[in-house]
Design a protein around this ligand. Structure first.
Ligand code: BYC
Length: 328
């Protein structure tokens, strides 16, 4: 188990045993019919908790995800790349706003979510805890991390919770621009000098394993998939999403002449399932529990941003108080 100790089969707090059976049955019937559940509808407490957990982690991933690419805005090669990257990073922060709003409909405030992020209580995507050393690392994120996100989000946009699905639909529209931008950046490197090609190959070597981790633990290790799929919050398992990403993007990476750093990677033509070297799940566990190469730095940046923006939030809440604040 990787998570905060939730169990769905036992008699712990995270079961539906205490729910009214009639209401639960009606709720599950609506989901089976493909209806959307809206914030004021009845829902099991576990559905609410699971959605808050997942949407909140997704929102955190968007604002923390803005950091590794954000550091490349001033160093992106050329004015047009700077403009495009700036727009992309702004979009990612906007996605966090949409997702925090969706999570708030379930009863957790934005302040509580931010507090849980900067205290280290809440998780966010593993992949943003790795450093973006070179421009090619930023290109990897814009192309392939966004590609992975689209695979996940297009599927889950057809899920059961209305506010999350609507946020995902809008996010996917913007992500498709990011994907095109990222692909263009990588094609440019691929068609460039041997040094530019080598730079992207090195980025691919560094980011491949975190990318495999991005879709979550192997199904047999996943704590939450079963209940989330039953209630159509997740529309495919972690392994199925990983497989779909490999199906769509391995050919595109190979077509640019790069080598994927996994000698076992091959598609079984009979089953359509990709075989690959099992990613190091111990490393995944360490990273999502706070001990990756950049976790401390990422959270520190958020803490500083939170402290610097406090006066703005206080001013919005109580404009008069601002006049009596000492100048910083
Ligand atoms: N990273 O039972 P499981 C972007 C945790 S941002 C960290 O399989 P679940 C972008 C999991 O939370 C978009 N932790 O979980 C932004 C759980 O721990 P807890 C990112 C992970 O929820 C800027 C435990 O492991 N996309 O694209 O059924 C620039 C057990 O896992 C991860 C999303 O956030 C991970 N990768 O499935 C560029 C998508 N995987 O909570 C790009 C929304 C697992 O029990 N989220 N864990 O303590 C999801 O679809 C699902 O939450 C996951 C995991 C598929 C990620």
């Amino acid at each position: 188990m990787y998570g905060g100790g939730t169990t769905f089969d036992g008699a712990g707090a995270d079961t539906v045993a205490s729910e009214d059976p009639g209401r639960l049955q009606a709720f599950e019937a609506r989901i089976a019919l493909g209806e959307k559940i809206e914030p004021t509808d009845w829902m099991p407490a576990l559905y609410r908790r699971q959605l808050i957990r997942m949407i909140e982690q997704h929102a955190h991933s968007e604002i923390i995800g803005a950091l590794p690419e954000g550091t490349w805005i001033t160093r992106a090669p050329g004015f047009k790349r700077k403009l495009s990257l700036m727009a992309k990073v702004q979009d990612e922060v906007g996605h966090a706003q949409l997702l925090y709003s969706a999570a708030e409909t379930l009863g957790k405030t934005r302040e509580e979510m931010i507090t849980d992020l900067i205290s280290g209580k809440s998780k966010y995507s593993n992949i943003f805890n790795y450093p973006a050393y070179t421009w090619a690392d930023a290109c990897f994120i814009s192309w392939l991390v966004d590609a992975g996100a689209i695979v996940n989000q297009l599927a889950n946009a057809k899920g059961s919770y209305g506010p999350y699905c609507r946020a995902l639909e809008r996010i996917c529209a913007e992500e498709s621009f990011h994907l095109k931008y990222g692909h263009h950046c990588v094609i440019y490197l691929a068609a460039g000098t041997p040094q530019q090609r080598a730079m992207f190959q090195e980025a691919l070597n560094r980011w491949w394993q975190p990318m495999m981790h991005f879709f979550g633990p192997a199904d047999k290790l996943s704590d939450h998939t079963r209940i989330l799929m039953k209630w159509k919050v997740k529309m495919a398992t972690n392994d199925a999403m990983r497989n779909q990403f490999l199906d769509m993007y391995v050919p595109k990476i190979l077509e640019l002449g790069f080598t994927i750093p996994d000698p076992k990677l091959a598609k079984n033509p009979g089953t359509g399932v990709w075989n690959y070297t099992e990613p190091d799940w111990e490393e995944f566990k360490r990273v999502i529990q706070g001990d990756g190469p950049c976790n401390r730095e990422r959270l520190e940046v958020r803490r500083i941003a939170e402290a610097r923006g406090r006066w703005v939030r206080e001013a919005l809440r109580s404009p008069r108080a601002v006049y009596s604040m000492p100048l910083a």
